[in-house]
Design a protein around this ligand. Structure first.
Ligand SMILES: Nc1ncnc2c1ncn2[C@@H]1O[C@H](COP(=O)(O)OP(=O)(O)OP(=O)(O)O)[C@@H](O)[C@H]1O
Length: 329
C-alpha cells in the first residue's frame, strides 16, 4: 500500500528551479535511499516533501497516506496542519545530532518536551516512556542518560537519542538525512542495524538520504538517484546494484568497487566534471556533458523522459536516458 506519492515536485527560490519534476512513490514500511552527488538537490527535495519550505517556493504534491486512511499533501501543508503532522506522522533525523539537540538542557528535559508535544505524556508517564524509548534504541543505562547534557554523550549515543525522539510519536515516515555520516564505521553499522530493526518492528517507512552507496546497499529496498534536481533512476535496490540502467548510476557504481556492506563504506566517488548548477542546465540530458555514452542526438537535443523499464506490471524501475535500451544490449 502506498505511503507517499510525490508528483512533479519542484522547488525554486526565485531563480531557476533547483528541483524539478521529481516524482516517485513509496510503500508503507519501505526504505528508500535518495542518492546523488553534492548539489544534486537531495536536501532541498526532501525539505520540500516534508512541508518545511515556504509554499511559495514549492510546486507539485507529496501525498502522505496516514494510518487512519486520511491523506495530506505535505508539499502544500499549512503551518497549522504541519504542527499536527510533524513528529506524529513524519519525523526527521539529521547528520549532526549535536546541532539538533539543545546543548544546555538534559536529554531527559528534551525527551519530556517531545513526549508532551507529540504524545500528550507528562510527569511519570513521560519519564517511563523516555526510558522505554532509550532502551529501544540500545542505550544501556537510560536513567543515567536522561540526566546528561548532549555534550556528555558520544556521537553514536546522541544519534540514538535523536532516533528515540524521532520515533516517540510512532511516525509512519522517517526522513533521515545523512544520519550516519558523522559516525565512525562501527557505530554507523550499529545505527543502520537499529533503523532496520525499528522498521521491522514498527513498519515505519524511511527516506534515507546518503552520499554513500555502501550505506544505501546495506539499508535500502529501493534506490532513487537524483541528478541536477531530477530523478534519473528509481529502482529496487537489488536491480540497481546488479544492473543499473542509467549511465550516471553505472559510473557511480563502476567507480566504487566492492560495495557490499557498510564496513567498506566510502563516499560517492568523484566523477569527472561537476553537477551543473541550476542556471547552467542545457536543453538535453543534464548528465550529457559528463557521460561516456553521450551522442549529440538525442542526448544534447532532447530531455529524456523518466521511463519505466520494469518487466512486471506493478514493478517500477524507471530510468531517464534516451539510450538505455541500446546500452543494455
Ligand atoms: N536556500 C537556498 N537558496 C538558494 N539556493 C539553494 C538554497 N538551498 C540550496 N540551494 C542550492 O540548491 C542546490 C541543491 O542543494 P542541496 O543541498 O539540496 O543538495 P544536496 O544534494 O542535498 O547536496 P549535499 O549532499 O551537499 O547536501 C545547490 O545548488 C544549492 O546551492
Amino acid at each position: 500500500m502506498t505511503l507517499l506519492a510525490v508528483r512533479d515536485l519542484g522547488v525554486d527560490f526565485g531563480g531557476p528551479p533547483i528541483v524539478d519534476g521529481v516524482s516517485f512513490s513509496m510503500k508503507r514500511g519501505e526504505i528508500v535511499a535518495l542518492v546523488g552527488e553534492s548539489g544534486s538537490g537531495k536536501s532541498v527535495a526532501s525539505l520540500a516533501l516534508m512541508g518545511l519550505l515556504g509554499r511559495g517556493n514549492v510546486t507539485g504534491s507529496a501525498i502522505l497516506r496516514l494510518n487512519d486512511g486520511r491523506e495530506t499533501d505535505l508539499a502544500r501543508i499549512s503551518s497549522r496542519e504541519r504542527r499536527g503532522v510533524l513528529g506524529r506522522h513524519v519525523s526527521m533525523i539529521f547528520q549532526d545530532p549535536l546541532s539538533s539537540l539543545d546543548p544546555i538542557q538534559t536529554i531527559g528535559a528534551q525527551m519530556r518536551e517531545v513526549l508532551s508535544l507529540h504524545c500528550g505524556l507528562r510527569g511519570g508517564k513521560a519519564q517511563a516512556r523516555a526510558i522505554e524509548l532509550l532502551h529501544e534504541v540500545g542505550i544501556v543505562d537510560p536513567q543515567a542518560c536522561l540526566k546528561l547534557i548532549p555534550q556528555r554523550l558520544s556521537g553514536g549515543m546522541r544519534q540514538r537519542v535523536l532516533i528515540a525522539m524521532a520515533i516517540a510519536g510512532e511516525p509512519e515516515l522517517l526522513l533521515a538525512d545523512e544520519p550516519t555520516t558523522a559516525l565512525d564505521v562501527t557505530v554507523q553499522a550499529q545505527v543502520l542495524r537499529l533503523l532496520l530493526s525499528l522498521r521491522a518492528r514498527s513498519g515505519m517507512g524511511m527516506i534515507f538520504i546518503t552520499h554513500n552507496l555502501a550505506v544505501a546497499s546495506s539499508i535500502a529496498d529501493r534506490v532513487i538517484v537524483l541528478y541536477a534536481g531530477q530523478v534519473v533512476e528509481d529502482a529496487p535496490a537489488d536491480a540497481f546494484f546488479a544492473a543499473p540502467a542509467m549511465p550516471y548510476s553505472k559510473a557511480l557504481l563502476g567507480a566504487a568497487p566492492g560495495i557490499d556492506s557498510v564496513f567498506g563504506a566510502r563516499r560517492l566517488p568523484i566523477l569527472r566534471g561537476q553537477v551543473p548548477a541550476p542556471g547552467e542546465r542545457g536543453v538535453g540530458c543534464r548528465f550529457a556533458p559528463r557521460c561516456d555514452a553521450m551522442r549529440p542526438t538525442p542526448c544534447q537535443t532532447q530531455m529524456p523522459d523518466l521511463l519505466n523499464i520494469a518487466d512486471g506490471e506493478n514493478e517500477v524501475h524507471a530510468v531517464r536516458c534516451g539510450r538505455w535500451e541500446e546500452l543494455a544490449r
